[in-house]
Design a protein around this ligand. Structure first.
Ligand code: ARG
Length: 266
């Protein structure tokens, strides 16, 4: 069973600009955002068979909906994020409290060692990849590697539109990697290619990448992704996946989509 943490968009809005997608004047339509979020929840529960845990929304924390950034969970252990931007640092205590209330063994990184959770740390069962430069600090990865006893390959993100690893990189359940190579520097592209042979690479075209095709949630054979990414859907079908295009454009105004709105709990 796949479990995820989600947080309803009661207070979701664009109150500040910390990535190139966010424009304060590009106002969120709250009812649409609510409907889109409910749609995502419905697809995850009813189509993909996922179990969802809910974090209570908090007034004044518009980005708390992006639970992928809560931290990283492995078994009973959770490491809480240390956000780069002060606007999001206020979320840390709420995520920490939730992990503690659920009985996780909670790890905290030193202050100033930026790390934005499963938004930047993703991978396959044995090898993990850690995105850095835009948000997380490369220095967080040796520490996390020690805590989780996993090899973590740091990969540099060079395009500010793809500021978290999960905006351009999505490991699939069958071992394939859905990703957008130009978001990475040449060294990272080579490091990825060394770990993921060409036959397992599913390369997303730029037009779909800009619609956040890689910000997908994979549960077994099901892939939940934003609408409008037909080429990516076709590539996924060729690999035997079932796609669930879900309208989430209200969240793209904040630089997020399906994956950002969930945190994998196991
Ligand atoms: N507005 C949020 C931010 O810039 C969006 C976070 C999206 N989350 C993600 N895992 N990519 O931090």
């Amino acid at each position: 069973m796949s479990r995820f943490l989600v947080c309803a968009p009661d207070y979701f809005s664009i109150d500040y600009e910390i990535n190139p997608w966010m424009r304060r004047k590009n106002e969120v339509h709250s009812d649409r955002a609510r409907d889109q979020w409910e749609g995502l929840v419905r697809v995850l529960e009813q189509e993909a068979g996922a179990i969802l845990e809910r974090l209570d929304p908090v007034p004044g924390l518009p980005d708390l909906v992006f639970t992928a950034n809560a931290g990283v969970v492995q078994g009973r252990r959770a490491v809480v994020s240390r956000f780069r931007h002060p606007e999001r640092q206020r979320e840390e205590i709420h995520f920490e409290n939730w992990f503690r209330a659920q009985g996780y063994e909670v790890g905290l990184l030193e202050k100033g060692l930026f790390f934005e959770g499963a938004g930047d740390l993703l991978g396959f069962p044995d090898t993990w990849f850690g995105g850095y430069r835009q948000r997380s600090d490369i220095r967080a990865y040796p520490v996390l590697s020690e805590i989780f006893q996993r090899e973590i390959i740091p990969v540099e993100l060079v395009d500010s539109r793809f500021y978290h690893l999960d905006t351009c990189f999505c490991p699939l359940s069958g071992g394939e990697l859905l990703y957008y190579p130009p978001a990475f520097d040449p060294y990272a592209q080579a490091a990825i290619a060394e770990r993921v042979p060409a036959v397992r690479q599913v390369v997303v075209p730029e037009s779909d990448a800009l619609k956040f095709a890689c910000n997908a949630v994979c549960v077994g054979k099901h892939v939940v992704l934003p609408t409008g990414c037909e080429t990516t859907e076709r590539l996924l079908h060729e690999r035997g996946y079932l796609t669930h295009p879900t309208p989430l454009d209200e969240f793209l105004k904040s630089g997020g989509s399906a994956k950002c709105l969930t945190l994998a709990l196991d």
